[in-house]
Design a binder for this molecule. Structure first.
Ligand code: SD4
Length: 337
């Protein structure tokens, strides 16, 4: 029986068989939302509320990451770790299904940078506003100016860091054995201290959008930006192809135009997982032996509802939600472990 089936398949021609069966093996969902790290579970819940009623992916990815921005757990938003001068500076960007995009960077004392990024997209002819100008725009748009103060967990970790004040900008390696490992530590509640959330979604109408919001690197030089607010690096959406988002060492994501590269690999026919893997391989090739000192994770959704992720190192996880009771944290595959 099996042999007959095999012969039948064989007579269809290998190329036709291998292509269609490969695509079918990839799980397809719609609507669907993916987000980086474990905080993605809570964020996905808010995004799902929008998606399940037929809402727009753009609204879902804004509402979703606002949950993380509002949490006071020293990860993302004003509760996050400060730069080395003691100030929390935030970066965020958002992109919809029509190549509309908005971004803010080096923004201080505003609770929801993602919503300011959306206003930049919708209310200005620009894509990116930074620093004082971004804050001025936010205030003019009615966003309240929050107090300049650190959250309790951020105060604790900053005071600890100040004792040595070593400049050691490393992000997201979830192994304490690395010689350059400094942060993230585990938080008191047992969560990892990740400082970014990236979210991508496909809505019931088949439209894609994405968002990314971060406090950047803990104890960074004042004014340092990573990939997260940069369209094409931290986030990219092409509604004919897919959506991709990055997390990890921003400098190395920028170097390969990370999210855009993932999209181009998908345009060339790769699955989301393979497109993420190829992009991460590029980073590995550039970094060589130094790759062990950084982490990068990428997520992607293709237009057809297939999805996947890949990381440079062990430890990256992401949340996938496609139904009320289907919101799961998955461990990403990785290149070096
Ligand atoms: C950055 N990519 O600022 C961000 C950091 C990050 O989890 O993803 N942290 O470089």
């Amino acid at each position: 029986m099996l042999r007959r089936k095999f012969l039948q398949i064989g007579s269809l021609g290998l190329s036709a068989f291998s292509f269609s069966s490969f695509v079918n093996l990839q799980e397809k969902r719609k609507p669907l939302v993916l987000s980086t790290w474990d905080a993605g579970i809570e964020a996905n819940k808010a995004a799902w509320e929008v998606l399940k009623t037929g809402g727009r992916a753009l609204d879902a990815v804004e509402k979703g990451v606002m949950v993380t921005e509002a949490s006071q757990n020293c990860c993302v938003g004003l509760g996050a770790n400060p730069d080395r001068d003691g100030f929390v500076t935030l970066d965020a960007c958002i992109m919809d299904e029509n190549f509309n995009c908005g971004s803010v960077a080096f923004l201080e004392r505003i609770k929801h940078p993602i919503s300011v990024a959306r206003r930049v997209m919708e209310k200005t002819p620009h894509v990116m506003l930074v620093g004082n100008g971004a804050q001025q725009f936010a205030l003019a748009e009615g966003f309240p100016l929050e107090k300049q103060e650190l959250s309790e967990p951020a105060k604790k970790s900053y005071e600890k860091w100040l004792k040595k004040s070593e400049y050691n900008p490393v992000i997201n390696i979830e192994r304490s054995s690395s010689s350059v490992y400094q942060i993230p530590q585990k938080l008191d509640n047992g969560d990892w201290n990740h400082d970014t959330i990236g979210m991508i979604a496909l809505d019931a109408n088949g439209n894609l959008s994405g968002s990314c919001t971060t406090s950047g690197m803990a104890f960074k030089m004042r004014g340092r930006l990573g990939d997260s607010p940069i369209i094409g690096a931290g986030l990219y959406v092409d509604n004919e192809v897919g959506a991709a988002v990055a997390t990890g060492q921003g400098e190395d994501v920028i170097r390969v135009a990370g999210a855009h590269t993932v999209i181009e690999f998908m345009r060339a026919g790769l699955t989301p997982e393979d497109a993420c893997r190829k992009t991460i391989e590029r980073i590995l090739k550039i970094k060589g032996a130094k790759a062990k000192d950084i982490q990068v994770g990428m997520l992607a959704i293709a237009k057809n509802g297939t999805y996947g992720g890949y990381a440079l190192q062990k430890g990256f996880n992401y949340a996938v939600c496609y139904a009320d009771n289907k919101n799961n944290l998955l461990d990403s595959k990785f290149l070096i472990g």
